[in-house]
Design a protein around this ligand. Structure first.
Ligand SMILES: Cc1cc2nc3c(=O)[nH]c(=O)nc-3n(C[C@H](O)[C@H](O)[C@H](O)COP(=O)(O)OP(=O)(O)OC[C@H]3O[C@@H](n4cnc5c(N)ncnc54)[C@H](O)[C@@H]3O)c2cc1C
Length: 489
């Protein structure tokens, strides 16, 4: 029975009772809540749900249908104040994870809220699809379920579309259609947070050819434990060590997995898009889902910049590096990144307008700018941590060393100008985990790609904002013409 906003224990209980088929290093995981590769991330996920009850006035709101307290990230805002209240709620989770868990459930909550708001657009193709989107959204909101999502086909041959791969069933496609639903066979490249409850399987890469692409054009969401659905994990970046040794990886491993559909049956009640190439391509933008998701992403970016700035400052202060001018330049660079992200968020909220579905939609331009900029800013901030930390990032003993016979050596030789060894070591272990560990490498890759290939996103940006760009081209053309006319009149 739906109870509204969940607490951590309910999250763990559902994962125990309805385990998805998650495979790790050749084995099916029986219980993700205890498995060493995943339990750290699972514990954090559960803590986030407890956290929303610690700040109910900020994190929750009253469900419009049941009156229960539900997560604010499911709200369809009607005013700017409501919109701002959503980003404030999202910031609670981002502060807790320091932006290092890109897939806190808010991300897809905002997407599904957008899809439900834009249900009339989905209903134009088939009235059932609009109803399905709204019913499913309400089900998620009232049960406070959390989703992963998977969009892109496997990386086999990027020179041709899914239909032209060596095997047309490499990419997940419709195998069969019945009165009851569709059967999906094939694979999707990636889903971050397979330790969630359900999966949103939507189109992403622009489908181009109506005949070829139709079997690959669909949108639906199903439980992660659906029969025939399998997740194959990458190697964990949680080494199974203490928070002292591995402060980020031991807490924030959200995991990425390839998703296999082994003749997965999807009932029609779960389908919101089907075989309509144009509608699939337009759905994210028309419903507003992409805007609401990006709103969440910018909140995450702010938390990440704040974290990197605080970390860099503490490192500089510990080793007395503030006497060097280039260090100030580096701190300033991170500060500018932070203020840039805050300005984008503020502009998006200040210029928000009611959209065609009656939802207060953040302004797209600042969000689009942010999502195109951050993939370049984040790797640079990681580089700055490396440049500040230098060998301090590797001359770094573990918790076991500090408890071992060489502790007096460690106390003496690992001290810093303004930190005793026992303070400096955990700080620099954190810097290591943010800049050179496997966790850090995966974070950089995530920020480069999770919203899409930056090259193609830039292409979409130029096309999407072409009339605005044209306006400035016209101004420059007039300026050039003036000079030409002056010279040759
Ligand atoms: C850590 C991480 C987590 C992710 N989580 C998710 C998730 O939860 N759900 C999900 O759906 N996706 C997820 N993604 C996938 C993400 O959407 C893709 O990485 C992104 O869309 C790029 O696609 P790709 O990785 O297949 O790269 P590819 O498309 O294979 O690109 C490889 C290279 O070829 C170039 N290239 C390929 N095609 C073109 C083209 N047409 N024009 C120009 N250049 C081209 C690219 O620029 C790139 O350099 C995640 C990715 C990462 C790295």
């Amino acid at each position: 029975m739906a109870n509204g906003a969940r607490r951590g224990e309910q999250v763990l209980q559902r994962l125990r009772e309805r385990p998805p088929a998650i495979w790790y290093r050749g084995e099916l995981i029986k219980d993700v809540t205890t498995h060493p590769a995943l339990r750290g991330g699972v514990q954090t996920l559960a803590k986030l749900y407890d956290l929303q009850w610690q700040n109910p006035a900020v994190s929750l709101y009253d469900s419009p249908s049941s009156g229960r307290k539900v997560a604010r990230s499911f709200m369809m805002p009607k005013t700017r104040d409501e919109l701002v209240s959503i980003s404030k709620a999202m910031k609670v989770w981002e502060d807790y994870t320091h932006g290092m868990m890109g897939r806190v459930p808010d991300y897809i909550n905002r997407a599904m809220t957008g899809y439900a708001a834009g249900a009339p657009f989905l209903a134009e193709a088939d009235p059932r699809f609009g109803d399905n989107a709204v019913r499913y959204y309400e089900y998620l909101r009232e049960n406070d379920l959390c989703l992963t999502h998977t969009l892109i086909p496997p990386q086999a041959n990027r020179a041709v579309n899914s239909a032209k791969q060596a095997d047309p069933f490499l990419a997940a496609r419709v195998k069969e259609e019945t009165d009851a639903g569709i059967v999906i066979r094939g694979c999707r490249m990636l889903a971050t947070l397979p330790i969630s409850d359900e999966i949103m399987v939507f189109p992403s890469t622009l489908l181009k050819n109506p005949e070829d692409d139709a079997p690959y054009a669909f949108g639906f969401s199903i439980p992660n434990d659906t029969e025939g659905l399998r997740f194959i994990c990458r190697e964990s970046v949680d080494y199974g060590r203490s928070h002292f040794d591995h402060p980020l990886g031991s807490r924030f491993e959200e995991m990425d997995a390839v998703v296999i559909f082994d003749d997965v049956f999807v009932p029609w009640e779960k389908v919101v898009l089907y075989r309509d190439i144009k509608r699939c391509n337009d759905a994210y933008a028309r419903t507003g889902a992409v805007v609401h998701m990006t709103h969440q992403v910018v909140v995450k970016n702010i938390a990440k910049c704040e974290f990197m700035l605080g970390l860099a400052h503490l490192m500089v202060n510990a080793i007395g590096a503030e006497v060097f001018q280039h260090i100030h330049e580096k701190l300033a660079e991170i500060w500018v990144n932070l203020e840039t992200m805050k300005a984008f968020l503020r502009a998006a909220e200040a210029d928000a307008e009611l959209d065609e579905w009656g939802v207060m939609r953040p302004a797209w331009n600042p969000l689009d700018a942010a999502r195109n900029l951050f993939p370049r800013l984040y790797p640079r901030m990681v580089e700055i941590i490396q440049q500040i930390g230098a060998s301090g990032l590797v001359a770094m003993p573990t918790e076991a060393d500090l408890k071992g016979p060489l502790v007096e050596d460690i106390r003496k030789y690992y001290q810093a100008a303004r930190a005793e060894a026992f303070d400096r070591i955990p700080l620099f272990r954190l810097a290591w985990d943010a800049s050179i560990s496997a966790f850090a490498g995966r974070q950089v890759l995530y920020e480069r790609f999770f919203f899409g290939d930056p090259v193609r996103m830039a292409g979409a940006l130029v096309t999407g904002h072409s009339s605005q760009i044209q306006q400035y081209a016209d101004q420059v053309r007039a300026f050039v013409k003036e000079a030409r006319d002056e010279a040759f009149q």
